[in-house]
Write a protein that binds this ligand. Sequence first.
Ligand SMILES: Nc1ncnc2c1ncn2[C@@H]1O[C@H](COP(=O)(O)OP(=O)(O)OP(=O)(O)O)[C@@H](O)[C@H]1O
Ligand SMILES: [Mg+2]
Length: 228
Amino acid sequence: MSELLLATDIVKTYTSACGMEHTVLKGVDLLVREGEIVAVMGESGSGKSTLLRIVAGLMPPDSGTVRYDGVKHTAPHPAVQMVFQDAGLSFNRYMTIGDSIAEGADHHKTGRTAEGMAQLVGLEGDLLERTPNKLSGGQLRRAALARALAMAPRVLLADELTSGLDLTVQAGLLNLLLRLAKEERLAIVLVSHDENVVRHLADRVIVIEGGKVAAQGTVEDLEAKGLL
Ligand SMILES: Nc1ncnc2c1ncn2[C@@H]1O[C@H](COP(=O)(O)OP(=O)(O)OP(=O)(O)O)[C@@H](O)[C@H]1O
Ligand SMILES: [Mg+2]
């Protein structure tokens, strides 16, 4: 399997308004191959979302590199799409959900439609006419996934995609991710706190702790170490 996304030695420090520095990532590597699902685990505040934003090209690291298909990138790449942890905030509140889903797809001429993507993620078609404030948290999460998939990405970065959703919706989305990975060779990085989700989906797992990758391997490897 070819390497699609490779982040090497990522370091990131935040500086608070009062000048306090907090180094969140202290040299983290992340590799995702075609068709592979990599789960990123770690305590709240360990830097999982920070790592995803950097890998998506939305925020520069202090040092380290991110390569997509062997080429270094420092800005968002259309083939690398992220579903944000706070999906609601990622939508333009004045646009309908349908227009938001279609916007990037039209611009990049991916040939994917808002209706088609809504159907794929199990979002009722009439919701496409609404603005984001008229959708529930779970519906917004599915809309955000639809918007990412409309770009026909080769890498999907999913930050807590299913947490808090009811179990049926969760299962539907997780099975969709599995299918996209296996049938369309989509590479997926999945941030999740849920061990059952990780067990069910992940080909590999990395655990971030203290700004470093504290453990990594297959689900079986981590189970053997008592980490899952
Ligand atoms: N823009 C920012 N400015 C300053 N500090 C930040 C910023 N974003 C995140 N942080 C801090 O960096 C640390 C890591 O945040 P991050 O959101 O990456 O963690 P996380 O692992 O995704 O947590 P969670 O599981 O709660 O989503 C936290 O201490 C957070 O408060
Ligand atoms: Mg997070």
